[in-house]
Design a protein around this ligand. Sequence first.
Ligand code: CMP
Length: 138
Amino acid sequence: MIMSNKEQTLSIIKPDAVERNLDNEIKEIFKNNGFKILKEKKIQLEKIEAEKFYKIHETKPFYNDLCAYLSSAPIVVMVLEKENAVRSNRDLMGATNPNDAEEGTIRKKYGISIDKNSVHGSDSIENAKIEIDFFFKD
Ligand code: CMP
């Protein structure tokens, strides 16, 4: 029996990376690592939408700055598909803080700070579904 574990995850290329015109380069990295980009769009969020997206962080001290930042300039949101996409994307992104990220990861290569860490990726299969619906439910 052939077992396939294809999953989908949500990826965001954040303002710091889009501003530096790194979106195409980062998309190539995903493709070269076996991800299929099923959907994508370039948008700018209202702050209130960023607050809704990051609601799980609403009690954190960095919540307000985080939402202000995500809505400060255009972002690229994508649905990525691969086997074990959620885990695989998190490995490829590297640690949240670029200073802690391993060589070869996206955040190590492009991240500027813990806030301007270039990419977001869903942290669980459950959140991936919620985040994909947030951006792509029609
Ligand atoms: P992201 O994966 O988009 O999820 C929430 C974001 O909050 C995270 O990346 C960071 O950019 C940002 N952030 C800012 N400060 C912190 C912190 N102290 N711990 C975790 N995330 C933080």
